[in-house]
Design a protein around this ligand. Structure first.
Ligand code: SF4
Length: 218
């Protein structure tokens, strides 16, 4: 009595085990086959991974893993916030939460690559130490207090206007008409991109500032 294989390789019960017992035999035979095929050495010897460093050594758990990028609802395009290289990123979002950040292969600058810091930038967004609220330390205070964003923006606006007014000059010491303020200055960081620098220059020049610089040039 031997097993019988049809043209598709399916193991069939011997003819004398027809009917329900035959189906049981079929299930048992398939179970044994699955069991043997789950043996890494068997897969190593019979498959395409003779050194057993890839598919042959894969556990069922590893086999069933899938990247978070597969189940994301949408992808937002961004730029790494860390340094002046400006590598492009794809930000994967699920249920309105960032679930993964990867390099964008479409970028002519980075061509999909991110350095270890850029690769870890998801932690910058989702890390528990990220501040989610505006903190304010009043003059002479020894601790921080929380402010709502609208109050904080109003305070920033008042300070900018006051500094602009205090530093305003209609004429310089030689009597030349200048109409500028020395009360405001801007020093940009290397992570600012072209568009941000453009807007900063526009904003500060419109406010009358003349001291507008960037750390990348200094
Ligand atoms: S991924 Fe690295 S090299 Fe690229 S911008 Fe970010 S910090 Fe700079």
């Amino acid at each position: 009595m031997g097993t019988i294989r049809d043209g598709t390789g399916t193991v069939k019960a011997p003819r004398r085990f027809g009917g329900a017992p035959g189906r049981i035999w079929h299930i048992v035979a398939m179970g044994v086959r699955t069991w043997i095929e789950s043996w890494p050495v068997y897969r190593q010897v019979t498959g395409t991974d003779p050194l057993g460093r890839g598919k042959a050594a894969q556990s069922p758990h590893s086999r069933d893993l899938e990247p978070r990028t597969v189940t994301a609802d949408r992808v937002a395009h961004s730029v790494c916030p860390y340094c002046a290289v400006g590598c492009a990123q794809k930000v994967y979002v699920k249920d309105e939460q960032v679930v993964q950040i990867e390099g964008n292969p479409d970028s002519p600058i980075s061509r999909g690559r991110l350095c270890p810091k850029g690769s870890a930038s998801k932690q910058l967004v989702t890390g528990p130490q990220r501040e989610q609220k505006v903190l304010y330390r009043a003059p002479y205070a020894t601790s921080w207090s929380e402010l709502d964003l609208e109050t904080a923006m109003d305070m920033v606006t008042q300070r900018v206007l006051e500094a602009r007014r205090k530093g305003w000059q209609d004429v310089d010491p030689h009597g030349r008409k200048v109409r500028r303020t020395l009360g405001l200055a801007s020093l940009g960081g290397a992570t600012l991109d072209n568009e941000e620098n453009y807007l900063i220059k526009k904003l500060f020049t419109a406010a009358g500032a003349i001291q507008i610089e960037n750390q990348a040039r200094i």
